[in-house]
Design a protein around this ligand. Structure first.
Ligand SMILES: [Zn+2]
Length: 269
């Protein structure tokens, strides 16, 4: 593998960047597909706030790293203690809609009201106004970026188009919005919900991703769900990857807001 040693995109001493984002859907995510009265899925996803999120918080704390939590607003209402613990541990708290309804069929005003309500509950709980957004199941539409711009947010993580961030300004008079690219291949659902893969094989898959991202000097945005990788076995896939990334010594493991800020500065925005 050829390493480009002249790469200077990321902060000094770092060859590549890794964002660990955690989508806290609670019992509202899968309820979109299966109905709120499907007690099988409800109980599976109730693991999110009762157990999984706490295991992930411990796992990150053991490694002294900062992650980005994307909260469904109703989860913040249900368990403010979880959001406050993330805040106290130095993590970023961003928004992931009010109740996990997809944004694709929503108008500008409907999306704006939904996002604003979610921003407000996080700000009321933590005292800090969120600056980033991830749409439920990455089902945004052409209005979404403009909605986020109108709310003064600085980043969105929905579009898997490439391996580096980019800046959008759909309203030319508005603030710049940094697009941070996720991927279904960096999403725990692909490995542990759509099918069940051995956590060791999952870690190996992600190691290979990170090796290429590092060689090319790019960005990897992981998407985790506490009811999935917060479970004991699957949690070893993420702890294994994080230990590998830390061991490399030159991966910038950073919150999404910090990466967005860095990207804007590096672009002269
Ligand atoms: Zn979600």
């Amino acid at each position: 593998m050829v390493i480009d040693r002249d790469n200077t995109i990321w902060p000094a001493g770092h060859r590549a960047a890794l964002i660990v984002s955690v989508d806290v859907d609670g019992p509202y995510g899968e309820a979109n597909h299966h109905g709120a009265d499907d007690f099988y899925w409800r109980s599976q996803t109730e693991y999110d706030l009762n157990a999984g999120v706490w295991r992930l918080l411990d796992l990150f704390g053991d490694r002294d790293l900062a992650a980005t939590f994307c909260w469904v607003g109703r989860c913040v209402e249900d368990r403010p203690d979880a959001v406050l613990r993330a805040q106290e541990d130095g993590h970023e708290n961003a928004i992931h809609s009010w109740d996990h309804r997809y944004y694709t069929p929503m108008t500008f005003d409907e999306q704006r009201a939904d996002a604003e309500k979610t921003i407000d509950v996080i700000e009321k709980t933590t005292g800090v106004r969120p600056t980033g957004h991830k749409t439920p199941a990455w089902r945004y539409n052409d209005e979404t970026a403009r909605v986020l711009q109108s709310l003064g947010l600085s980043w969105q993580m929905d579009i898997a188009r490439q391996d580096l961030p980019w800046v959008e300004r759909p309203d030319p008079s508005g603030n710049p919005l940094v697009q941070l690219p996720p991927s279904r291949f960096y999403d725990d659902y692909t490995f542990f919900v759509d099918q069940t893969v051995n956590p060791r094989n999952t870690a190996e898959f992600w190691h290979d991703d990170l090796d290429i991202i590092r060689a090319e000097g790019k960005l990897m945005c992981l998407t985790l769900h506490p009811w999935v990788t917060g479970r004991p076995g699957p949690s070893t896939a993420i702890s294994n990857l994080l230990d590998y990334a830390i061991g490399l010594g030159d991966i910038w493991i950073a919150r999404a807001d910090h990466v967005a800020r860095w990207w804007l500065d590096s672009q002269g925005e």
